[in-house]
Design a protein around this ligand. Structure first.
Ligand code: SF4
Length: 399
C-alpha cells in the first residue's frame, strides 16, 4: 500500500471510529509524503541525507560520487562541521560546500541527570516546540530513547504524550541530532550509547519516511555505523506499515497493553482500526522474516489489565508469537484515569506468566526525579497548565 493510499485509508477509517484522533489527523496533513525534491543548488541540512541520497545529490551537481563518503567520514566520524578542515577535499569544492549544506540541529535547552543514571535532554525544535530524549541505563546497556514527533495523535489513554496532540513530525536530522548530542554529552564521561529505541514522543510509523531515513543515517558504516540489531522501532500498531520495520533490518517492539480486543480498544484507539489479531499476525510475519523475537510492551493498569485472568489471557493470546513480554507497572501522571497496580499484584502477574512458560521481563521504574516519562518535561517547559507532582512522575508507560 502506498503512503497516500494509507493516508486516505487511515483518515477515512479514523473519521468513522476514533473521534478525537480522527479530528487530530484531519487537522494534520495525514501520514507524511516523501520529502519534496530539493533543487540541486538549494542549501539543505547535511543531517537529512543518507549516504546514497548525498551521493545522488552531489552527482546531480557534476561531482564525483565518492565525495559523499569523504564528507560523511569528516562529519560523522571525525565530527567536524568546518569544511576547511576537510583536507582531502579539493579547495575549490570546499569553498562551494557552505553554500550547499548547513549543519543545523535541534538545540539542547536542558539536560537532567537522575540519581539512578537516567539522563534526559530537552531539545528546542523551533516555533516554541520541544522534544525529549531519554538515556536509560541497565546492567550492560545505555539505551537512548528518541522522539519522532512533537506530541502524538494516537491518543493512547495511559500515555502522557498522547494527551499532547501531534504538532509536528520531526525531520531525520532532528532525530539523528538527538543521538549526536547525547553521544557527545556521554563521551565527556567516557560513555557511549549502546542501543537506540524509537520509543520517545510520537508514533514512529506516523512519520515513517523520516524515521527510516534517520535509521539509514545512523546505520551507515561510513558514518555513525550503529548496528541495526541495536535499533528498535516501537509501534502502537499501524499494521500496514510494520513490514517497513522488517525491511529496515531493525528490531520490532509493539505496545500491546491489553489481553483482548475489547480492553485494547478502550485503552488504545488505534485498535479500532487494526485489531489485536491483525497486530499479532504482523508480529508473527516480522519474527518469521527476521528470525528475531518481538518485544511486546504491556502496561499494567490496576484492575484493568493486571489481574491473573489477564495474565492467562495474555499468555493464550501470545503463546505462538516469538516474543518477550515486557511488563511495565503504570505510574500515575497528572490527569490520568488509571491507577498504578499494587507491587504484590505486579509480582503475581509476572509469576503467573512465568509459570505458564512466557518469557517475561519486568521493567524497573527509573528517572522519577527528572520527569523521565515522555512528555512530562516538555509540558513543564512549554508551561502547560497541568501541575506536575514530582512524587507522581512515571517512567515511560508507553509504546
Ligand atoms: S503510547 Fe506512543 S503511540 Fe500511544 S499516544 Fe503515547 S506516544 Fe503516541
Amino acid at each position: 500500500m502506498s503512503t497516500s493510499e494509507l493516508n486516505q485509508d487511515l483518515s477515512q477509517h479514523l473519521a468513522t471510529t476514533l473521534g478525537p484522533v480522527a479530528q487530530a489527523l484531519e487537522a494534520q496533513p495525514g501520514l507524511p509524503e516523501v520529502m519534496p525534491e530539493t533543487a540541486a543548488t538549494e542549501r539543505v541540512c547535511f543531517f537529512d541525507y543518507p549516504l546514497e541520497d548525498l551521493s545522488a545529490r552531489l552527482s546531480g551537481m557534476g561531482k564525483e560520487r565518492f565525495r559523499a563518503k569523504q564528507l560523511y567520514n569528516w562529519v560523522y566520524q571525525k565530527r567536524t562541521h568546518d569544511f576547511e578542515e576537510m583536507s582531502n577535499v579539493s579547495k575549490a569544492f570546499r569553498s562551494e560546500l557552505p553554500m550547499l549544506f548547513n549543519f543545523d540541529l535541534p538545540k539542547p535547552v536542558q539536560e537532567l541527570k537522575s540519581v539512578d543514571g537516567t539522563r534526559k535532554w530537552l531539545f528546542d525544535v523551533g516555533q516554541g516546540m520541544t522534544v525529549e530524549t531519554v538515556l536509560i541505563p541497565s546492567k550492560d546497556r545505555l539505551t537512548l530513547c528518541v522522539s519522532s514527533e512533537v506530541g502524538c495523535n494516537m491518543a493512547c489513554r495511559f500515555c502522557y504524550t498522547g494527551k499532547q496532540k501531534m504538532k509536528r513530525r520531526l525531520k531525520a536530522s532532528e532525530i539523528v541530532g538527538q543521538f549526536l548530542h547525547a553521544s557527545d554529552s556521554l563521551a565527556k564521561d567516557g560513555l557511549r550509547v549502546t542501543n537506540i529505541v524509537f520509543m520517545g514522543m510520537g508514533e514512529p510509523l506516523d512519520n515513517p519516511d523520516e524515521v527510516f531515513k534517520s535509521i539509514k543515517i545512523l546505520h551507515e558504516p561510513d558514518g555513525i555505523g550503529f548496528s541495526r540489531r541495536k535499533i528498535t522501532v516501537s509501534t502502537s500498531g499501524i499494521v500496514p506499515l510494520m513490514p517497513r520495520i522488517t525491511e529496515a533490518g531493525v528490531r520490532l517492539a509493539v505496545s500491546l497493553n491489553a489481553p483482548n480486543d475489547e480492553t485494547r480498544s478502550k485503552v488504545m484507539p488505534i485498535n479500532k482500526r487494526w485489531n489485536i489479531y491483525q497486530l499479532l499476525d504482523a508480529c508473527r510475519a516480522h519474527a518469521s522474516a527476521s528470525g528475531d523475537h518481538v518485544t511486546l510492551e504491556y502496561v499494567l493498569l490496576k484492575d484493568v489489565t493486571d489481574k491473573l485472568e489477564h495474565a492467562r489471557e495474555l499468555y493464550q493470546l501470545t503463546k505462538d508469537v516469538p516474543c518477550k513480554i515486557n511488563i511495565i507497572p503504570f505510574n500515575e501522571h497528572p490527569g490520568t484515569e488509571y491507577l498504578r497496580p499494587d507491587p504484590e499484584q505486579v509480582v503475581r502477574f509476572q509469576n503467573e506468566l512465568i509459570r505458564l512458560g512466557a518469557h517475561v521481563l519486568l521493567r524497573r521504574t527509573m528517572g522519577r526525579d527528572i520527569f523521565a516519562a515522555c512528555g512530562q518535561l516538555t509540558s513543564l517547559y512549554e508551561g502547560r497548565p497541568e501541575k506536575l507532582d514530582a512524587a507522581g512522575i512515571a517512567t515511560s508507560a508507553r509504546h
